[in-house]
Write a new protein. Sequence first.
Length: 113
Amino acid sequence: MSESGSGSVADAGSVASKLTFEELSELNERKAELRRESNEWVASHPELKSVMSDFMAALMQRKPDDVFAFAAEYFEAIAKAGAADAEAAAAAAEGGAAGGEGEEEGGKKEEEE
């Protein structure tokens, strides 16, 4: 672990110590602005909390070996179904994605027609 150009957290600290007070102030202002913009964007998309919560629940329930493949299948199913039918798509993705371990899923799915 050398300190020369490795891009580690220790290097970030040494770079910050080389910045002027004005540069540090600008950096901190930019970080605050990005945080504010991000918070505004999240607040303007209330469905995001539900989508992420549902995804995390499915992820923890299924515990797939390949998280990225599971995520791809999960969100592809939701995208195909559209926002109006997102919950049904999530249930379908939970039952079919990453491993096919759906023996307990059959009783949980509800068909609403």
